[in-house]
Design a protein around this ligand. Structure first.
Ligand code: KG4
Ligand code: ZN
Length: 353
């Protein structure tokens, strides 16, 4: 089986080819960062136009690198949601067109399922497993019982962990996206010099909250800034304090989730971290300790497969195709698409899926 995957839900245009031996035969990602950087965040209209301009070329490039033609494919998968509607339409329409012309099955993949199943592409991970999904738009703890079978244990009541990095970076005058910039600055900082709050830590339900952290950081910045600017040493210490606070929250909430799953899923042996924030080395180390304490194996995909890519979409599509779970050409992109539709909203939750 050979699957073409397409990812256009946010600010990366990506195409990849993955086969059933778990070989990534091609994996091309075009970041739109430079187009969005002047605005300090993603501009949906710019993103959609850029996907439209580049996707065909990226698909052709992936096919060329893998040395295959459309006739060699078993199916075409595209991110069907959640994400920015303009980009989703571009990816889904492209995938449908290839599927229609070449008589191939089409699979609409939930972007979050792409992140969730990446660990099964990179490692031998059996169901069920505990998943900490930490990206720019999502921060959830889930039990993954099978393809399409998710039980959400906790979620954020306000910002996602990646959002906390991005907004924190903005307050510190660091580059967008914030996560990698904060990680670099934190490497030269002293996390112990300043203390930031750890929202939700110790609570019985493994939910998250990060907006208070942002407010506290803003106050620290105001206290340390001289003529509106931070000294480099202060900026580094604040970045280290921010990363430590986020890592503590993720570690405490995940530790709580391991206690809950021990009762509900005694045969669960693996903790997986996925999503862009899992690229952070400090956070990976903290979660390694949590897993060891709980007697679980930790699996984290390599950083390149933690941030958005199309190999994860091709792989999730392949897992679905193997189970006969394909979609019709009438599939409509879903800007909101929760993994566990039965999960109640977290207390105090806003609009996050
Ligand atoms: O999964 P992803 O690429 O896109 C979404 O689906 O949201 O995640 C992007 C998020 C951004 O918030 C970014 O700041 C964060 O992941 N991120 C990181 C790191 N690399 C990316 N956060 C912390 N440390 C990093 N090294
Ligand atoms: Zn993502």
């Amino acid at each position: 089986m050979l699957m073409l995957g397409i990812e256009t839900s946010c600010d990366e245009t990506a195409a990849a080819l993955v086969d059933e031996t778990r070989a990534i035969r091609a994996d091309v990602v075009l970041s739109q960062l430079d187009a969005h950087r002047p605005f300090g965040g993603i501009v949906p209209e710019i993103a959609a136009r850029s996907h439209l301009d580049h996707l065909d070329g990226l698909v052709a490039e992936a096919m060329r690198r893998a040395g295959v033609g459309f006739g060699d494919l078993s199916g075409v998968a595209a991110t069907g949601g959640p994400g920015l509607i303009g980009g989703l339409i571009v990816g889904v329409m492209t995938a449908k067109a290839i599927a229609a012309v070449h008589g191939l099955p089409f699979v609409a993949v939930n972007h979050l399922e792409g992140h969730a199943l990446t660990a099964r592409l990179t490692d031998d991970v059996a169901f069920p497993f505990l998943l900490l999904l930490v990206s720019g738009g999502h921060c959830q703890l889930l039990v993954v019982e099978g393809v399409g079978r998710y039980k959400r244990l906790g979620t954020t009541v306000d910002d996602a962990a990646g959002e906390a990095f991005d907004k924190g970076a903005k307050l510190l005058g660091l580059d967008y996206p914030g996560g990698p910039a904060v990680e670099r600055a934190a490497a030269n900082g002293d996390a112990a010099r300043l203390s930031l709050p750890r929202p939700m830590v110790g609570r019985p339900l493994p939910d998250f909250s990060f907006s208070g952290l942002k407010t506290a950081l803003r106050q620290e910045v105001a206290g340390l800034a001289v003529a509106g600017a931070l000294r480099a040493a202060d900026r580094n210490d604040l970045a280290a304090a921010l990363q430590a606070a986020i890592a503590d929250c993720l570690a405490d909430r995940t530790a709580r989730a391991t206690e809950i799953v021990r009762a509900s899923h005694p045969h669960l042996h693996t903790l997986v971290i996925a999503g862009g924030v899992a690229a952070n080395a400090g956070i990976r180390e903290r979660l390694r300790a949590v897993a060891a304490q709980a007697g679980l194996r930790l699996v984290v995909p390599p950083p390149r497969l933690c941030t958005d890519n199309a190999a994860m979409i091709a792989w999730a599509g392949l897992e679905r195709l193997r189970l006969g779970s394909t979609d019709g050409l009438d599939f409509a992109p879903r800007p909101r698409w929760p993994l566990d539709p039965a999960a109640p909203k977290a207390i105090g939750a806003g609009v996050k899926a």
